[in-house]
Design a protein around this ligand. Structure first.
Ligand SMILES: Nc1nc2c(ncn2[C@@H]2O[C@H](COP(=O)(O)OP(=O)(O)O)[C@@H](O)[C@H]2O)c(=O)[nH]1
Ligand SMILES: [Mg+2]
Length: 223
């Protein structure tokens, strides 16, 4: 299947070149969604061979919404972080159940996979378990993580009519997928320590803000 990879990125100049060059040979198209980085992220992504789209509205979801307009004829869309935490070789593992016709969306679980020490900070670990449990209880989704490293059939993603501009994006996708009867699977993925500085879990205020957005999103789409 034709695979497009979307990488939302904010000030990831130290990591993005490596992420793109590791991903490009394994896929058909790599799109970096730059959210107004003030460093060399866009230039380095382009230099490594990615297509770069710019989104001025701040937010992980807005960057993803902008990038999905560029996937062309891709049949599967993979979302991956730009900080070198995810293993590009594992894209195959995410896409396999979709290519086999067994799933519409596959979530990479860092909880079930191998984590390098310190890669997923304790509060991020706890938050992901919490939201997974909430989805299990309310939507019957058998997941252990709200992992951003995931794959979804392109036609199914467009049918979800995604809207969320914030870090709630990943939850919106999962809740809508469950509610609309998409076949959702989870596979273990590995997770290593990022290159560069975390924009979210590394800071208390950003973690609280992201957590609040995730709570709001869960509430909005479950209602
Ligand atoms: N487009 C966009 N990407 C973001 C934003 N904030 C973080 N990211 C990206 O989202 C991914 C996850 O952020 P990261 O800082 O690694 O958060 P953490 O993994 O929770 O510590 C990385 O690829 C970031 O570059 C944002 O406001 N806009
Ligand atoms: Mg990260």
């Amino acid at each position: 299947m034709k695979i497009a990879v979307i990488i939302p990125a904010l000030n990831e100049q130290a990591a993005i070149g490596r992420v793109v060059s590791g991903t490009l040979p394994l896929t058909d198209r790599v799109i970096v969604a730059d959210n107004g980085s003030t460093d060399q992220t866009a230039a380095r992504a382009r230099g490594a061979g990615a297509q770069v789209v710019l989104e001025s509205r701040k937010g992980y979801g807005f960057a993803c919404l902008r990038a999905i307009r560029e996937v062309g004829d891709a049949e599967v869309i993979v979302f991956m972080d730009g900080d070198y935490s995810d293993y590009a070789q594992e894209i195959e593992r995410l896409v396999k159940p979709i290519a086999a016709g067994e799933a519409d969306m596959v979530i990479g679980s860092r909880i079930r996979g191998h984590r390098e020490r310190g890669a997923l900070l304790p509060h991020a670990f706890a938050a992901n378990i919490f939201f997974s449990l909430a989805l299990r209880l309310t939507c019957g989704l058998a997941v252990t993580d709200i992992g951003p490293f995931r794959a979804i059939r392109a036609d199914r993603l467009f049918s979800l009519e995604m809207q969320e501009g914030t870090f709630g994006w990943t939850l919106e996708m999962m809740i809508k997928a469950a509610r609309r009867g998409l076949r959702v699977r989870e596979v273990p993925v590995s997770y290593r320590k990022r290159i560069g500085h975390s924009k979210v879990s590394g800071s208390l205020s950003a973690s609280l803000q992201a957590g609040a957005k995730m709570l709001q999103t869960t509430w909005r789409y479950l209602r």
